[in-house]
Each structure stands twice: as structure tokens, then as C-alpha cells.
Design a protein around this ligand. Structure first.
Ligand SMILES: NC(=O)c1ccc[n+]([C@@H]2O[C@H](COP(=O)([O-])OP(=O)(O)OC[C@H]3O[C@@H](n4cnc5c(N)ncnc54)[C@H](O)[C@@H]3O)[C@@H](O)[C@H]2O)c1
Ligand SMILES: N[C@H](CO)Cc1c[nH]c[nH+]1
Ligand SMILES: [Zn+2]
Length: 431
């Protein structure tokens, strides 16, 4: 963990290095990932089985998880957990249904009718992480928007380390309407969904979070398929003033740190004593957390406490960090939020820990990382929809706008373009 203060002379290079850390995570694994993708393209299922043996420590007899296994798993989950899953699912569905856009149709002054029609993708691949922890919540976050958008074939890949399948993951997949479930993880799963293998038919777009290997693999298959965003190792920036409980802030930082040694948790505050209280509280938390190994490593390697002179500085630094998650725990958090341009998702006020967004708030927890929140957004129904624009014209409409099209086509030297309009209007060719 590093301590930074905007009053220090060497602040700028040290802060720049902190920004780079998150980007470097996926860059470090790019060669390993391209080799895995090439192998899956060449050797299909055999490569998937080989990598599962190597990275997940077991050899699958069958790659696909059957409907019977899904039903059996669901039956084994305690009812209280299924109720929690259903509450989360209902809230996620309500929020994503509210996102569904309307088609557009307008008739303009020249008499053309112009439209934009939304349509669902045919087949999508969802990655649900499962290396260091199982993520039933990520099943819901991935699959519900896909289903709400109207996707026909919803494929899901999840690693099952040591051959152990998490029953709640399977229950979530069943309830969220996943059509095919495969026990494959990592870059090999992304390659399989992008290129196809003997058993897994390729999809049109891949969504979902994962570790550095998964995030880099999505980046590398982009173009062959669409992707949602680079949703890699988790990140949080907490902007907090001294009125907060240091133990709460420490736990908010550790909530992301416990995902992955590569995760990044950053506190920005204007109070030096509060900063130290949070650092102490983090140490205390690490003494009790079951995942202290991962969280401690993440905190030591990528954690930071940044002391600022004022909230203007906090906003500027946050915009440069473009974190996946931002918690704002100051007076009038909305006013400060209005000055934030780059963050995947924001959580306002002391009663809104980010973990509420991970599970039950409703907005998606699959969010851009590695500073990609500067240009990307969290998963939504829009990742499973695409637009087709359309135009309808009658003779009068073509007469109104056609001559301008002819003039522009001739200016571009594209005679067939010009003629396709001109002949309809019986215009004369230029001499
Ligand atoms: N950004 C988001 O929206 C979001 C949401 C949830 C989780 N996450 C992140 O997802 C990640 C989950 O990571 P995880 O590891 O628990 O599960 P994971 O499923 O993402 O990764 C496990 C897979 O990684 C591959 N792998 C591991 N070591 C490898 C190696 N040396 N070489 C090649 N491949 C290797 C294996 O194939 C393994 O199956 C965390 O980083 C977490 O922070 C992000
Ligand atoms: N915080 C993660 C996104 O970075 C999502 C998650 C799932 N379960 C718990 N947390
Ligand atoms: Zn989380």
C-alpha cells in the first residue's frame, strides 16, 4: 500500500504509476493468452480439456453441465439462499427492463420516413468467474440482461476448480434461463465461445467479468465477436471525509481486495488522521478476514491512500483513475458525483457500501476496469441489443432530397451511386 499526498513534490510521478498499475495487469498475460487462444482454435475440445486439467486441476469427462445436474443442484440449495437469489434477480430484472429502449420512427419535412429498430443478438456467451471464488451473483448480472433483451441462445462458461460445481451458480443459471452451461474457464472458455469447438458453437458477443486472463482473452477475440467491456480484476475508489467510521471504509476497501491479488482499492480523503485510522482498520480487518491472503496481497501490491487538500483535487484524481467502482462518503455526495465523469458505477453516501451493488441494488456489477471506464460502461441490455436504421421514401420524397445525393455522389466520382438516384428521377447526365 502506498501513501500519497498532493502536497508532496513527487506526487505526480507516483500517482501516474498508480494509474498504470491497473492497466498493466492484463498486459502482462497477453502472450500466454494468445497461445491459449491459438491452441483452442487448432485443437478444440481437446485443448479445453487439457487446460482444465492444467489450470483447474481436473479432467472433465463431459464439458457440458446437463439439465439433470442443474435440477439436482438447485434442489440442494437451502431455501433461504434461493430466496436471496430471487430477490436479487427480481431487482436486477426490474432495473434492466427499465433500460429497454423504444424504436424510433419519424417523418421529416421532405417526406422521408426514418427509423431505428432495436433487435436482440442471436447468441451470446457469458463468462462467470470461478477460480478463487464462485459468483452466483455474476450469473444473474450476465444472464438477466441478455434474457430481458430477448437473446435466443444464452451460453455460459464457468470454471469448476478441482471438478467442484457450485450449486448456487447452477441454480442461478437455471433460474436466469441460461440455455447451455459449460464447465470451462479462463482464456480457453473465451476462445471456445468466440471460435467454436466440436461441442461449443460460436456466439456473436461475449460478456462477463473475470481475472486478467479472461479480460485479456476478451480483448484479443474482439472483432471475431463483440465484447461488453474489459471487466477484469476489481477496483474501488472510496472518497471519504473524517465523519465516517474508519472500520466501515476499511471493509469497503477490503471488499474489492478480497476478489483477487490483482484488485485495487484506493482511499481518497482530506484528513490525515482519518487516513491513518483507515490504514489501522484495514490491518485489523486483515487479521480476521478468511480471504486475508488474497486481500492482504492486493492491498500491499496495489492499495493506496491519497491525501488531498480539497474535494476538487479528489474529483480530478478520481477522473484520472476512472475506477470501476466509486464510493462517495462526504456531505452532499450528489454534488460531488456531478463532477465525476469517469467511473463504472457510483455509490452515494455512508449507507451505500459497494457490496450492495454487487448483489441486490439492481444496476449491473459487471463493470469496466483497468481505466476503461473512460470510454466504456457497465453491462446493460444495450450489450445484447443492436440497432438497424431504416429509411422509406416515395417519389416525392426522393425528388426532394435526391438531387443533393446526386450532386454529392458525382463530387465523389461514384457514378453508379449518382445514377441509381438520377435514373429514378430521370435527371440528365452532366455533359
Ligand atoms: N470487473 C467486474 O465486473 C468483475 C466482476 C466480478 C469479478 N471480477 C473479477 O473476476 C476475477 C475472478 O477471478 P478468478 O481467478 O476467481 O476466476 P476466473 O474464472 O476469472 O479465472 C479462473 C481461470 O483463470 C485461468 N488461469 C488461472 N491461472 C492461469 C495461468 N497461470 N495461466 C493461464 N490461465 C490461468 C484458469 O483457466 C482458471 O480457470 C477477479 O479478478 C475479480 O476481481 C470482476
Ligand atoms: N465486485 C465485483 C465486481 O468487481 C462483483 C462481485 C460479485 N460478487 C461479489 N462482488
Ligand atoms: Zn465484489
Amino acid at each position: 500500500m502506498i501513501r500519497l499526498s498532493t502536497t508532496e513534490a513527487d506526487f505526480e510521478p507516483r500517482f501516474a504509476a498508480l494509474i498504470e498499475q491497473a492497466r498493466e495487469t492484463t498486459a502482462k498475460v497477453d502472450a500466454a493468452v494468445s497461445a491459449i487462444i491459438a491452441d483452442v482454435r487448432a485443437n478444440g475440445d481437446a485443448a479445453l480439456i487439457d487446460y482444465t486439467q492444467r489450470f483447474d486441476r481436473w479432467k472433465p469427462g463431459a464439458l457440458r453441465i446437463t439439465d439433470a445436474e442443474l435440477a439436482e443442484a438447485e434442489a440442494s440449495v437451502e431455501p433461504a439462499l434461493l430466496e436471496a437469489l430471487d430477490l436479487a434477480a427480481a431487482r436486477i430484472e426490474a432495473f434492466h427492463r427499465a433500460q429497454m429502449p423504444a424504436d424510433l420512427e419519424m417523418k421529416d419535412a421532405q417526406g422521408l420516413t426514418l427509423g431505428m429498430r432495436w433487435g436482440a443478438l442471436d447468441a451470446v456467451g457469458l463468462y462467470v468467474p470461478g477460480g478463487k471464488a464462485a459468483y452466483p451473483s455474476s450469473v444473474l448480472m450476465n444472464a438477466i440482461p441478455a434474457r430481458v433483451a430477448g437473446v435466443g441462445r444464452v451460453v455460459m462458461c464457468v470454471p469448476t476448480p478441482d471438478g467442484v460445481t457450485n450449486p448456487l451458480v447452477l441454480a442461478a443459471a437455471r433460474r436466469a434461463g441460461v440455455s447451455e452451461l459449460w464447465r470451462v474457464g479462463g482464456a480457453q472458455a473465451i476462445a471456445a465461445m468466440a471460435w467454436g469447438t466440436e461441442s461449443i458453437a460460436p456466439v456473436d458477443r461475449i460478456a462477463g467479468p473475470g481475472n486478467a486472463y479472461v479480460a485479456e482473452a476478451k480483448r484479443q477475440v474482439f472483432g471475431r465477436v463483440g465484447i461488453d467491456s474489459i471487466a477484469g480484476p476489481s477496483e474501488v475508489v472510496v472518497i471519504a471525509d473524517a465523519s465516517n467510521d474508519a472500520a466501515h471504509v476499511a471493509m469497503d476497501l477490503m471488499a474489492q481486495a478480497e476478489h483477487d491479488e490483482a484488485a485495487q482499492s484506493i482511499l481518497i480523503t482530506d484528513d490525515a488522521a482519518f487516513a491513518e485510522a483507515v490504514v489501522q482498520a484495514v490491518e485489523q480487518a486483515l487479521a480476521t478476514l478468511p480471504r486475508a491472503g488474497i486481500a492482504g496481497e492486493s492491498w500491499r501490491r496495489h492499495g493506496a491512500v491519497v491525501l488531498v487538500r480539497n474535494w476538487d483535487e479528489a474529483c480530478e484524481l478520481t477522473n484520472r483513475l476512472a475506477p470501476e467502482h466509486l464510493q462517495i462518503m462526504v456531505d452532499a455526495p450528489r454534488a460531488l458525483f456531478s463532477r465525476i465523469r469517469h467511473a463504472g458505477a457510483a455509490f452515494l453516501g455512508p449507507w451505500c457500501p459497494e457490496a450492495v451493488g454487487d448483489y441486490v441494488a439492481g444496476p449491473n456489477h459487471v463493470l469496466p476496469t483497468g481505466r476503461s471506464a473512460r470510454y466504456a460502461s457497465g453491462l446493460s441490455v444495450f450489450d445484447f441489443l443492436k440497432r438497424t436504421t431504416w429509411v422509406e421514401a416515395d417519389r416525392a420524397a426522393l425528388e426532394a432530397v435526391g438531387p443533393a445525393a446526386v450532386a454529392l455522389a458525382r463530387a465523389e466520382g461514384l457514378t453508379a451511386h449518382a445514377e441509381s438516384v438520377a435514373q429514378r428521377l430521370r435527371l440528365n447526365r452532366p455533359t
